[in-house]
Design a protein around this ligand. Structure first.
Ligand SMILES: [Zn+2]
Length: 473
C-alpha cells in the first residue's frame, strides 16, 4: 500500500530548497556488472513471473522459490520456513544469526502478493518482466516485488560474505497484504510469533523515496498510520403515506445530522511522528508554508496555521482524525414516508484516538438522539512507533551514502499497511522502501506498473547499507 503516501505528498505544492540532488540517469561510479545487481534482477524477474494475485495466483510458489534461493546460498534448512495457513497462501521466513544472545532480532518485512492485473488492460504481459527505456515493467514492480527482491538479495549477499550481524535479522515475505482472507502477518503473529518476534520491524512496504520533477525530495520513514473505523448512522421512523407528510422525517433528520458533521472538524492531535513530519517539512520548505508547518508543530498548535494547512486534504488528514460519509440509503417506496435512513461514516483515526472517543464525538456533533451511532467493526487504533534515534540514524546514514543531502522525513501514513498489526502486537514498525518513485508516476495497483532501473539498482546498494548500519559492528 506504500504508493498512497507517495501520491499524497506528490500533490503538495512543493517549494523545495535547492539542497535535494537531481536524479542522474546513470551513475558512472556504479559497478555495472556487480554480481548483486544481477542477482537482484534475477530474483525480481522470478517474482514477477510467478503470479501471486488472490484470484488465480500462488503465493506459496513464490515463497518456495525464495526458500530455494536461501538454501542454495547456504542458509541452514532449520533457518528457512515456508508456512501456509491454506494452499496458495504461503509465507517464507529466513533468519541470519547474529552474535548477541540477548538482543532481540530485527524483522524485515515485505509482502509477496500483488493486486489483480488483466492482460487486456496492460500494454505488456503484467506477469513478464519487460525492460524498456530505462524502466522495468511488471505487476509488483512498485508494490512491492522490487523491494522483496532487494531484501532477498541483501540477505543472500550477507550470508555469502560470512557477515555476522550484532543480532539476528529475520526476513519475512508474506501473503494477502492486498486483500484475501489469510493475511500472513496476522497469521504468523498468532501461530508462529517466535519466528518473527523482534525488537522492531523494517517494513519495506511503506515510506521510501520521492522524486518530483527529476529531483529527489526526501526519504520517508513511515512510523505511524491511521486506523480505518466505520460507523453506521441510523434513523428510524414509523413512516406513513407520502401524501400526508409530517415534520419528523428520517431522511431530513439524517441529512441535518450529516450537515452538522460537515461543518465540524476533529481537533488537531499530533503525536511524535506527525510533529516531527511537520518540523522536518518546515526545514525543506519556504515562506508561509514553512511558517505554517512550524506553527502546527508547536504545542499547542497555532490556530491560523492549522486552519490554512487544513485546506489541503493531505495535511488535514495528518493533523487530525477525519470522518466522512461514504454510503447513504433510505426509504422503501417512492410514495411512502421513509421508515429508515442510514449512512455509513468512514473515520480514519490518529494513533492516540479510540473508537469509543470517536463514537462519543460523533454523537455530540450529530446532536440528535434519534440518530443512532453504531460501530461497523471492532477496531483498535494502531499506536505510533517511537522515533528511535538508533533506527533513524541508520536510515539517515544509509540514505546519505547513496543519495547525499536527501532529507529523511518521518511520516504518518493516512492509509494502512501490515505495520499496524505489528505495532498492535507491541513490535514497533518503520516503513522504509529502498526505492525512489516519481510522485507523478505512481502506478501501484494500476496499469503498466514500473520502476526506474536507476531506482532499482540504487536500492540494491541502499538495503545493503541499511542492514550494515543497523546491525554491523
Ligand atoms: Zn504493498
Amino acid at each position: 500500500m506504500t504508493a498512497y503516501q507517495r501520491q499524497f505528498l506528490g500533490m503538495l505544492i512543493w517549494t523545495p530548497l535547492a539542497l535535494a540532488q537531481s536524479a542522474p540517469q546513470h551513475e558512472a561510479a556504479l559497478a555495472q556488472n556487480a554480481p548483486e545487481r544481477e542477482l537482484a534482477h534475477d530474483v525480481l524477474k522470478e517474482l514477477i513471473e510467478i503470479n501471486t494475485t488472490d484470484s488465480s495466483g500462488d503465493n506459496t510458489r513464490a515463497a518456495e522459490a525464495m526458500a530455494a534461493r536461501f538454501r542454495s546460498a547456504g542458509f541452514a534448512a532449520s533457518d528457512i520456513h515456508v508456512l501456509a495457513p491454506v494452499a496458495r497462501k504461503g509465507n517464507v521466513i529466513v533468519r541470519l544469526h547474529g552474535s548477541s544472545t540477548t538482543l532481540k532480532p530485527i524483522l524485515f518485512l515485505g509482502h509477496l502478493d500483488v493486486v489483480e492485473a488483466r492482460r487486456d488492460d496492460w500494454t505488456f504481459d503484467p506477469f513478464k518482466l519487460v525492460e524498456q527505456d530505462g524502466y522495468i515493467y511488471g505487476r509488483g514492480t512498485q508494490d512491492m516485488k522490487t523491494d522483496d527482491a532487494l531484501l532477498v538479495t541483501t540477505f543472500i549477499r550477507l550470508k555469502q560474505e560470512g557477515f555476522v550481524p550484532v543480532r539476528d535479522i529475520v526476513l519475512a515475505l508474506t501473503a494477502d497484504e492486498e486483500g484475501g482472507e489469510h493475511n500472513g502477518v496476522q497469521w504468523l503473529l498468532k501461530e508462529h510469533r517466535n519466528l518473527i518476534d523482534a525488537d522492531y520491524c523494517i517494513n519495506a512496504d511503506a515510506g521510501g523515496g520521492q522524486i518530483k520533477n527529476g529531483k529527489r525530495l526526501l526519504m520517508g520513514v513511515q512510523a505511524a498510520e491511521k486506523t480505518f473505523a466505520s460507523f453506521r448512522l441510523t434513523v428510524r421512523n414509523r413512516g406513513g403515506h407520502s401524501s400526508l407528510p409530517v415534520k419528523d422525517n428520517a431522511i431530513y433528520e439524517l441529512a441535518d445530522g450529516l450537515a452538522r458533521l460537515e461543518k465540524s472538524d476533529f481537533p488537531p492531535r499530533l503525536n511524535e511522528v506527525s510533529r516531527s513530519f511537520f518540523e522536518r517539512m518546515a526545514g525543506i520548505s519556504t515562506g508561509q508554508l514553512a511558517a505554517d508547518f512550524r506553527g502546527v508543530a508547536r504545542n499547542p498548535p497555532d490556530n491560523a496555521s492549522v486552519e490554512r494547512l487544513s485546506r489541503e486534504s493531505y495535511y488535514n488528514a495528518v493533523l487530525r482524525t477525519t470522518c466522512v460519509p461514504t454510503l447513504l440509503k433510505g426509504g422503501h417506496a417512492e410514495n411512502a414516508l421513509p421508515q429508515l435512513a442510514e449512512a455509513v461514516v468512514n473515520c480514519r483515526m490518529v494513533p492516540d484516538d479510540t473508537a469509543g472517543t470517536i463514537k462519543d464525538t460523533l454523537i455530540s456533533v450529530l446532536n440528535d438522539p434519534k440518530i443512532v451511532v453504531t460501530p461497523v467493526d471492532e477496531v483498535s487504533a494502531s499506536p505510533f512507533s517511537p522515533l528511535r534515534t538508533d533506527v533513524l540514524n541508520a536510515i539517515t546514514a544509509a540514505t546519505d551514502t547513496i543519495w547525499p543531502r536527501v532529507p529523511v522525513v518521518p511520516l504518518m501514513e493516512t492509509g494502512a499497511t501490515d505495520g499496524k498489526y505489528l505495532r498492535l502486537a507491541g513490535i514497533p514498525a518503520y516503513g522504509v522502501s529502498a526505492l525512489f518513485i516519481d510522485v507523478d508516476d505512481i502506478r501501484a495497483h494500476g496499469k503498466d506498473e514500473r520502476i526506474g532501473e536507476q531506482s532499482f539498482y540504487d536500492g540494491v546498494r541502499f538495503d545493503y547499507q541499511l542492514v550494515k548500519r543497523l546491525v554491523g559492528r
